[in-house]
Design a binder for this molecule. Structure first.
Ligand code: CP
Ligand code: NVA
Length: 310
């Protein structure tokens, strides 16, 4: 049995298998051919943080695969009143076939996976957002940006940055990360990315100048400066990130046919200008839709491995 807790845990071949499945399932869904790969199965969706895309895409995704989604908010569960995560995991694993979790610490997710007895999917932690990266790369495949792309990530060194680092490290593409001083990715992730790059040939570089990162890039991407749980830091962070907004002037430094990606929600006037978001809206909202298709690929792939591995 396998889980989907981080990109780091999977081989390049496994990731490519998931993309192939997602592309096939998307093609079928586009002609309303919803094949019940997960008929009668239940997906638990446990949220300790807010969500629009993750909740909708998983709930609709499992439904289109012939199963049922259960939205489980920690506010309403005994978990929110102190029932241990490992007990919640064992209870859910007895009744539910697959579980997606959005939580704070990666170790909470790891503990859940250790006790659940069923495949667990990371729906975002403070460390990683791997399902988002699967949708982002699916969008890059559709936009033909996958052969040796140069990706520039501008902004906060956060769960999205870390996930880009893992994906670049596994697939072997160039990733330039521009953050303000003191907002770099975590050192343990930098170390892991280096280990992966030594194998895959990825080129991952870190800088403080966003213009340097964007120069000649194929893909420019960013994320909110204030991740969930960091609301108290807003005033200080907004000052630190002056000059890091992706605007049209910055996009002009990238290749002429460069694309802009954003995991959303976007905060216009902060990490991205209104003009950039609207100019690239077709791609950004394809990216949002691809959450649905990529995650269906992940769920079907996990189910295939449960049968294979017993
Ligand atoms: N991108 C993303 O995960 O969006 P939600 O927080 O709305 O799920
Ligand atoms: N970095 C953001 C991503 C939201 C999808 C957060 O963790 O809030």
């Amino acid at each position: 049995m396998k889980h989907f807790l981080s990109i780091y845990d999977h081989t390049k071949e496994e990731l490519l298998e998931i993309f192939d499945l997602a592309i096939k399932i998307k093609k079928e869904a586009k002609v309303k051919n919803y094949i019940p790969y997960l008929q009668h199965q239940s997906l638990g969706m446990l949220f300790e943080k807010s969500s629009t895309r993750t909740r909708i895409s998983f709930e609709v995704g499992i439904h289109q695969l012939g199963g049922q989604g259960l939205f489980l908010s920690s506010n309403d569960l005994q978990l929110g009143r102190g029932e241990p995560m490992k007990d919640s995991a064992r209870v859910m694993g007895r009744m539910i076939d697959m579980i997606m979790i959005r939580t704070y610490e990666q170790k909470t997710l790891d503990e859940f996976a250790q006790f659940s007895g069923v495949p667990v999917i990371n729906g975002l932690t403070d460390k990683y957002h791997p399902v988002q990266l699967m949708a982002d790369y699916l969008t890059m495949i559709e936009q033909s940006k996958t052969e040796n792309p140069v990706v520039a990530y501008i902004g906060d060194g956060n769960n999205m940055t870390h996930s880009w680092m893992m994906l670049a490290g596994k697939l072997g593409f160039e990733l330039r990360i521009a953050t303000p001083k003191g907002r770099e990715p975590w050192q343990e992730i930098i170390d892991d990315a280096k280990e992966l790059s030594d194998i895959s040939g990825a080129k991952i570089t870190y800088m403080n100048d966003p213009k340097e990162a964007v120069l000649g890039a194929d893909v420019v991407t960013t994320d909110t400066w204030i991740s969930m749980g960091q609301e108290a830091e807003k005033e200080a962070k907004v000052k630190e990130f002056a000059g890091y907004m992706v605007d049209m002037e910055m996009m002009k430094l990238a290749k002429d046919d460069a694309i802009f990606l954003h995991c959303l929600p976007a905060y216009r006037g902060y990490e991205v200008s209104e003009e950039v978001l609207e100019h690239y809206a077709d791609i950004v909202f394809d990216e949002a839709e691809n959450r649905l298709h990529a995650q269906k690929g992940i769920m079907v792939w996990l189910e295939g491995h449960r049968n294979k591995d017993g």
